[in-house]
Design a protein around this ligand. Sequence first.
Ligand SMILES: [Zn+2]
Length: 109
Amino acid sequence: MEVEKIERTINFSEICRLCMGKEPDMIPLFIDEDNLLERIINFIPMLKLYAEDGLPAQVCPQCVQRVHECYNFKLQCETVDATLRQLINSRQEQVLMQYLISRACICMC
Ligand SMILES: [Zn+2]
């Protein structure tokens, strides 16, 4: 289907900005609710989301749920990464301490 025909058959005020789906309970994208817009921009920075850009200004409930799940997964990955790095640093410190202690023993002999 040609782009012009698609534009004529699809009402941008009724479809989801993220999946083009049409649901009865759409959530406004540019009203600050649950940090939805901020999370989308944070997670998918390549999307240029501006109010009044002529594109759909609402998101379906399924996509809202996916955004929050993805955002929480990203946070989880970042937290786990920070924890693992702290663990490896503390292990390296322990190994260094054991090495220094073993050298101290040698010096005392
Ligand atoms: Zn959607």
